[in-house]
Structures are given as structure tokens and as C-alpha cells.
Design a protein around this ligand. Sequence first.
Ligand SMILES: NC(=O)c1ccc[n+]([C@@H]2O[C@H](COP(=O)([O-])OP(=O)(O)OC[C@H]3O[C@@H](n4cnc5c(N)ncnc54)[C@H](OP(=O)(O)O)[C@@H]3O)[C@@H](O)[C@H]2O)c1
Length: 285
Amino acid sequence: MNTSVTVLGLGLMGSALAEALLGDGRTVTVWNRSHAKADPLVAKGAVKAETAAEAISASPLVIVCLSVYTDAEGILGDAAGRTIVQLTNGTPRQARALADRVTGQGGRYVDGGIMAVPPMIGRPEALILYSGDEGAFEEHSETLAVLGRPQFLGGDPGLAPLFDLALLDAMYGMIAGFQHAVALVRSEKVPATTFEPMVTAWLTAMMALFPEQARAVEAGDFATRVSSVATSQVAFPGLIETSRDQGVDPGHLPALRDLFDRAVAEGHGDDGLARLITLLERPAR
Ligand SMILES: NC(=O)c1ccc[n+]([C@@H]2O[C@H](COP(=O)([O-])OP(=O)(O)OC[C@H]3O[C@@H](n4cnc5c(N)ncnc54)[C@H](OP(=O)(O)O)[C@@H]3O)[C@@H](O)[C@H]2O)c1
């Protein structure tokens, strides 16, 4: 087995990836736009390449981790005979376009999404999503497992960024709700630290509704014995009015109110909340 790996991009994440590979005894060639960032890794045994092209030619497996996708597109030269594992965050469309370019040059392409922060890299709790060339993924799976817990999602290179973005979507929605709720109680001088355990317990309990919502939307069965769309809809005028009364920006609440209003107007008031997923799949004009 060839254990040589190249890492392009030595920011916080790229350096953590390279360090994990060095810790596993791999031969690691590194390149970074600002050359000095390679020095701590060279001190740990990495080989420093002067150019991205030199780094790409050094190893059969090339891991890319830059700030944004267009940076990665800019530095990737000839990928013939190489497996490119692109871990820079991007969109499904960007991943599919880069996959076409790499395969057109005679390379193999796997896209990935890192669901972890740099200190977690190298540990099983670091979930890393992959999709694209399955043969290339399998061939390098032992090396990729050094970085974290790999999960392969399928042959479409757009799947890994899609899942990555969907998980971020869920996270930011939850954080937005938490932060808005904190602003509401702070408007009456209640410390966030007093309120936080209550909201954390509440959100944890509410997450128990997710499996039933997932089942309902897949089955197209929206009958509910828990909470209807109409019951939730009536909460929104009070939520928005109270935000304004307390001097708090209503934030995401008007958009949610509009979605509930649309569901009721379309005759779905008696359905369970999973019905809203189907409205989101059919954006309002
Ligand atoms: N950090 C995290 O917690 C985390 C978690 C999950 C995913 N990610 C993803 O991992 C990727 C890297 O994040 P990071 O935290 O390592 O970012 P970072 O610390 O800001 O590092 C950015 C890297 O991109 C390079 N770069 C920027 N513009 C470039 C260009 N035009 N040409 C060549 N290189 C360029 C930088 O080179 P210079 O050193 O020369 O500026 C540096 O190596 C991002 O897509 C991020 O979304 C990060």
C-alpha cells in the first residue's frame, strides 16, 4: 500500500489533517500559499513542496482544504493519475463541476464535508462525509479513516456537500431559535445563564419529535395526535408581538409565521408539523 499523502492548504483544518496523517506514520507532502505555515509540520516530518503542482505530483492521494471552493479550483492543476479528496466547503454544483474537471484530466474525485472542528481531527467523533468515486474512496479508506470516522454517501460528488449544508442548516436554525429566546428573556434582565438549562432541556425533549416527522413525510401520512399546524399557527402573532413589545428584533419568526399561514390557507391546518416540509419543497412565489 502506498501511504504517501499530499495536503494542500495548511490553515487550521488543513494543518490538523496533515498532523493526524503524520501521527499515523504516513509520508506527508504539504503545500500552503503562505509557505511559513508548513514549517511546524516540516518539524514533525512533513515534506514541504514549493508549488501546488509539485505537491500534487508527490502522492497518489491529494487532500485539499482551503478557505473557499474557488481557491481550491484555482490551485488544482493537472490531476491525471491522482485521487483528489476535496474537503473545502462548497456547494453540490461546485463539487460536480470540479469532479468533471478532475475526471476529464484522468484523475479520480471524492468530495467531502468535515463535521468537526480541528481539535477533533484524528478521533472517531470527527464525522467526515464523502461522496464521489467509490473505487477511489475504498482504495484510500484506511488513510481517510486516520482523519476521523468516514461515511460514504454515494457516487454523486454533490451528496457530501449537500449533507454538510443540510446539517449546517439544522444547526443554524436551532442556534437562531436559542439566541432569539435568550434575547426575549434578557429583555426582562433574566440572565442567559439562568435560562440556558431550561431551553437546553426543552430543545432536547422536542428533538424526540423528529423520528415521527421523518416517518410521516416519507409515508405521506400527516395525521397527528401530537400537535397540529393550526395549533402552532396561532402562537406566531403573540410571539412576534411580544418580540416587538420587548424591543427585540422578531428575527426568523415572520418567515415561520408565513409558512404556517400558507399551510393553513392550503387546507393543512389539521395536519401534523411534518406537512411544512412539503411546503418548503414547493417554495412560495
Ligand atoms: N476550522 C473549522 O472548524 C472547520 C470545520 C469544518 C470544515 N472546515 C472547512 O475547512 C476549510 C478550511 O478551513 P480552515 O479553518 O482551515 O480555514 P483557515 O484557517 O482560514 O485556512 C484557510 C486556508 O486556505 C488558504 N487559502 C485561502 N485563500 C487562498 C487562495 N486564494 N489560494 C490558495 N490558498 C488559499 C489559506 O492559505 P494562507 O495561509 O496562505 O492564507 C489557508 O491555508 C473551509 O472550507 C472550512 O469551511 C473548517
